[in-house]
Design a protein around this ligand. Sequence first.
Ligand code: ADP
Ligand code: MG
Length: 225
Amino acid sequence: FNDELQRSEKMEIISELAASVAHEVRNPLQVTRGFLQLLAEKQQSQDKVYLNMALEELDRASGIITDFLTFAKPEVAKFTSLNILDEFIHIEGILIPMANLQGGKISTEIPEHLYVRGNSSKFKQALINIIKNSIEALNGEGDIRIWAYAKQGNVYIHVRDSGEGMTPMEVSRLGEPYFSNKSKGTGLGLMVTFSIIEVMEGELTFVSEKGVGTEAIIRFPEDIE
Ligand code: ADP
Ligand code: MG
């Protein structure tokens, strides 16, 4: 019991620290990116290749922060009752501009009184990682439908995209660390997502067809107040 307590205290300290570091590190990364970009635009020589490699590595570093710590706050990860609609209002603030920029459409249908138990930052991180993959799978056109409902003591959230889809082999590898088919991917997004959903005693499944699209189905125990 003592060991367990110490372990969870350590985990808390680590996650608080990680959140602070993410906040502090993100700005200098962005500033560095801006300057390197300026330099890269001016160069014609071999140096341009090195500068572009440096830019790609910076993007990888930012990607890792995004996959783990988009909503992280330097505070203890509390479990509370989460209103799905409220959480989505914050999630949309990040994702709608991202979808607009990349040329996809997102629509949501979420009723007002759906509750699950969990940590708000972690919940948002899990959903962001799923929806961001959908945006990226669209490759510039198509749409994403998100809907949620309660059924038999559970809350279900569906995220369906008309993106590139996956083979059964790819679906079976989802959540595996470093599994990525993207040139700038981290392969860490869904690993994080699966672990957050597991801690919330929920379940994540994917149904996908290559060339047609993908649907993520998330189930959580309903929190009835
Ligand atoms: P990353 O996005 O950095 O590649 P993820 O863990 O988020 O890492 O996803 C792993 C891989 O799973 C992606 O590279 C992609 O090939 C596949 N994938 C995940 N979600 C989808 C989706 N909605 N449509 C198509 N492929 C997907
Ligand atoms: Mg991802």
